[in-house]
Design a protein around this ligand. Structure first.
Ligand code: AP5
Length: 218
């Protein structure tokens, strides 16, 4: 079903909170670009670019890629013709300097409409990340228990092979959650102060979360 959505939205939440799952579906329904900094970085890694080689070390260790690199990448992306009117930003900003840089790069006419925070308890996040599998061909997101494919190891959408992200190994997951708590969670107060924040309980089924997001974003 085609939907009309608020124009410029940020999805904020810990690793595994379901940002990518929901952003893909909403972006398709609203015909707006889904801009995922994680997906953009993984594409650079896969292409073997200089940026990809620099980013891979940080990503595999569960650390953030430096702010200046990420900000330049996002600013260039939102200046592209398809992103002038609307987008969903997934995984950006995730530090205070990134949030401030985004504000500086948006004019009053193109300001943020909404920031959605996905709340999920940490033990649930760990289980989601451990079981996540991603299609190596089309990028669809699956889970071995919560959202399994009909044929194990193969994507239902395109038949591509499923892979486990290298940063979903337990060593990296612990670090990513720690980085979220120390560097990204402070953005909740920042966006609450800017009266843009809406928090949702994302520890419910993907369909229930989607319906709630639709209400917030339309
Ligand atoms: P990124 O790719 O952005 O990872 P993340 O933010 O850690 O988020 P995830 O992709 O892990 O989780 P998600 O919330 O999208 O959950 P998903 O929908 O997949 O970043 C990766 C790395 O890149 C970073 O660590 C960093 O190094 C670098 N990076 C990226 N952006 C950066 C930035 N701005 N600055 C600096 N560095 C940056 O769902 C997870 C699983 O749960 C799936 O299996 C799914 O099927 C399942 N699931 C989803 N929803 C539900 C539900 N409601 N119920 C049950 N299961 C569910």
């Amino acid at each position: 079903m085609a939907v009309t959505m608020k124009s410029r939205c940020v999805f904020l939440g810990a690793p595994g909170a379901g940002k990518g799952t929901q952003a893909k579906k909403l972006a398709a329904a609203g015909s707006v670009p889904h801009i995922s900094t994680g997906d953009m970085l993984r594409a650079q890694v896969a292409a073997g670019t200089t940026l990809g080689r620099q980013a891979k070390g940080c990503m595999d260790a569960g650390q953030l890629v430096p702010d200046d690199v990420i900000v330049a990448m996002v600013v260039a992306r939102i200046a592209e013709p398809d992103a002038r009117a609307a987008w969903i930003l997934d995984g950006f900003p995730r530090t205070l300097p990134q949030a401030e840089a985004l504000d500086r790069n948006l004019s009053r006419a193109s300001a943020l409409s909404l920031v959605v925070s996905f709340a999920v308890p940490e033990p649930v996040l760990v289980g989601r990340l451990a079981g996540r599998r991603t299609c190596g061909k089309c990028g669809a997101i699956w889970h071995v228990q919560n959202h399994p494919t009909r044929r194990p190891g193969l994507c239902d959408a395109c038949g591509g092979e499923l892979v486990q992200r290298s940063d979903d190994r337990p060593e990296a997951v612990g670090k990513r959650l720690e980085v979220y708590r120390s560097q990204t969670a402070p953005l909740l107060a920042y966006y609450r102060d800017h009266r843009l924040l809406r928090e949702i309980d994302a520890d419910r089924s993907p369909d229930v979360v989607y319906q709630e997001l639709l209400k917030l974003m339309q």
